[in-house]
Design a protein around this ligand. Structure first.
Ligand SMILES: C[S@@+](CC[C@H](N)C(=O)[O-])C[C@H]1O[C@@H](n2cnc3c(N)ncnc32)[C@H](O)[C@@H]1O
Length: 280
């Protein structure tokens, strides 16, 4: 584990976000003054969800929702852990007026930006902030995800999306979210999600590449960092598929392994493993 990353984890989430804003302030200020930034892209200092090109990654994810997940323009979508709108922005050009989008996240600044830039222009897109604890993203509350019931009716959604969210949640929270997803999905509805799946393949690749990832094992899941538990979390694939996803009444329909553990890049170029499962 790099020293820089360890140093980064020493700061609480709010401080990390402030440092990011300060670091990118010069370039963000220039882009604001010159009007160079697309109004549907947040300033770099506000993008707290990870590296990579915001617009390009968002478009890739939208295409995957459509081509792999079968998303249709008239669908009703729930984006759990919607961050700062990376998936929502490209969906504004895809969902029709009959379609709609709900997103929620535990980081207030991301939801504020989404409401200002997206919600105000697209009335069928709504975003809400939920104050829940996460070691990586929010330490301002003690409320746990495992006790949070999604504020939506039963069988409301055609698709539930979680991109790079279960990779930041511990097993008990994920287990509860799977129950909630099952409740809010229509029968036959799809959950499009990403994970770090631990299996023999990943173990071999990790060994070959010499990557020191997920050294802390806690039952059926593995932590990247023992103190910042939700920094990155991997799941035992067999347990996740059979005892969690399968046991709740979903059928796993597609698994597309990413290249996080090493090895060549897959055709989809996905870093995390994509799991697509259907409510049966
Ligand atoms: C890596 S970011 C991905 C954001 C977004 N899904 C995307 O692909 O751009 C992980 C997100 O999960 C959110 N998150 C973490 N725990 C959560 C929870 N229990 N409920 C909802 N969101 C959560 C974080 O606040 C953060 O926005």
């Amino acid at each position: 584990m790099g020293h820089l990353r360890n140093l980064y984890y020493l700061f609480p989430p709010v401080v990390r976000r402030i440092l990011r804003r300060i670091w990118y302030f010069p370039v963000d200020a220039v882009e604001t003054i010159t009007g160079k930034r697309d109004p549907m892209i947040p300033p770099r200092g506000m993008i707290f969800i990870g590296s990579g090109d915001f617009k390009e990654m968002g478009n890739v994810l939208r295409d995957q929702l459509v081509e792999l997940g079968g998303l249709q323009p008239r669908h009703r979508v729930l984006d759990v852990g919607c961050g700062i709108g990376r998936v929502a922005v490209p969906l504004t050009g895809y969902l029709s007026r009959e379609g709609s989008y709900e997103g929620f996240d535990i980081v207030r600044s991301g939801i504020r930006w989404c409401n200002r830039r997206i919600g105000s222009r697209y009335p069928n897109f709504r975003f809400i902030h939920v104050d829940l604890k996460n070691d990586l993203y929010n330490l301002s509350t003690g409320k746990e995800a495992r006790s949070f019931n999604f504020p939506y009716a039963d069988e409301e959604f055609d698709m539930v999306v979680l991109t790079s969210v279960f990779t930041h949640m511990v097993l008990e929270d994920t287990d509860h979210y799977l129950d909630q997803i099952h409740r809010v999905l229509k029968p036959g509805g799809i959950c499009f999600s990403t994970f770090f799946l631990m299996n023999d393949r990943a173990r071999t690749l990790l060994e070959q590449s010499g990557k020191k990832m997920f050294a802390t094992r806690l039952g059926h899941h593995y932590l990247f960092h023992p103190r910042v538990r939700e920094a990155n979390v991997a799941y035992d694939e067999a347990y996740l598929t059979a005892e969690m996803i399968g046991a709740k009444g979903f059928r796993m329909e597609q698994v597309h392994y990413g290249f996080w553990a090493g090895g060549p890049k897959p055709a989809l170029d996905n870093y995390q493993d994509i799991c697509i499962f259907r409510k049966i």
